[in-house]
Design a protein around this ligand. Structure first.
Ligand SMILES: C[C@]12CCc3c(ccc4cc(OS(N)(=O)=O)ccc34)[C@H]1CC[C@@H]2OS(N)(=O)=O
Ligand SMILES: [Zn+2]
Length: 258
């Protein structure tokens, strides 16, 4: 199975998932000066008001908050998207210490962590799984986490991480609205990419916000109490550095709004 270690990490994923060397892989290094202005790109709209979070879980790769996606209560629309995409889950990627931990980098510089809000095109596809294999099936909103002061709302998540310490654990997590994790402005870069973990499907329209949110080292440290391993496994494996490094841009254009 795949992981983030020396033997099973990102450089080995291509053996079981050949698309790892594909033409639209994620993440990428974002070079702001090379982003092309696109007048057809409008602002993005996040309708998370009547949010319906259900649970928080440790899937052995990250900590994931799942949402009820049975209707269009929580959607992202506008920007590069032709229709609303339904919020399905969000999760994080983080490092072991200091500056690295995000998946996308900006002019070669990484952030301490990156939040991914995963949405799927329920207008064109009947299930999340079908959407996840289609070229316009998913829209993932990426938000950088920068180390600094305590984040006012992130403790709602870090306070319950001890309950999902081990792979395969999950617990109720209702009524959490991810709107509280957004930065003040929604200026973004966008490009066509992929899942950043196996199966690495090339099915993601990436929307990466320029402005990071600020979280404290203490809050980031809470993510590191999580384990890649299950409770029964004798090998304790701290969950950290669960990020894929930037992949070749190839024939893609990074876009931004005017
Ligand atoms: C659940 C699924 C497996 C993995 C997966 C899915 C969707 C979005 C994902 C986002 C990820 O993170 S990221 N960083 O945003 O790319 C990581 C993995 C993702 C679907 C794709 C097919 C699987 O569904 S299934 N039942 O096996 O067919
Ligand atoms: Zn992710």
């Amino acid at each position: 199975h795949w992981g983030y270690g020396k033997e099973d990490g990102p450089s080995a994923w291509h053996r079981h998932y050949p698309v790892a060397k594909g033409s639209r892989q994620s993440p990428i290094d974002i070079i702001p000066d090379e982003a092309r202005r696109d007048s057809s790109l409008g602002p993005i709209f996040l309708k998370y008001d009547r949010c319906t979070s259900l649970s928080i879980a440790n899937n052995g790769h990250s900590v994931v908050v799942e949402f009820d996606d049975s209707d269009d209560r929580s959607v992202i629309q506008g920007g590069p998207l032709d229709n609303p995409y339904r919020l399905k889950q969000f999760h994080f990627h983080w490092g072991g210490k200091g500056c690295e931990g995000s998946e996308h980098t900006v002019a070669g510089v990484g952030y301490a962590s990156e939040l991914h809000l995963v949405h799927w095109n329920a207008v064109k596809y009947t299930t999340y799984e079908d959407a996840a294999t289609a070229p316009d099936g998913l829209a993932v909103l990426g938000i950088f986490l920068e180390q600094g002061d305590d984040h006012r709302w992130l403790h709602t998540i870090t306070d319950v991480l001890y309950m999902v310490k081990f792979k395969g654990s999950a617990t109720n997590f209702k009524g959490f609205n991810p709107k509280c994790l957004l930065p003040s402005n929604l200026h973004y870069w966008t490009y066509l990419g992929s899942l950043t973990t196996p199966p690495l499907h090339e099915s993601v329209i990436w929307i990466v916000l320029k402005e990071p949110i600020v979280v404290s080292e203490k809050q980031l440290g809470m993510f590191r109490i999580l384990q890649f391993s299950g409770e029964e496994e004798d090998q304790r494996m701290r969950m950290e550095n669960n990020f894929r490094p930037p992949q070749p841009l190839k024939e893609r254009i990074l876009k931004k709004r005017c």
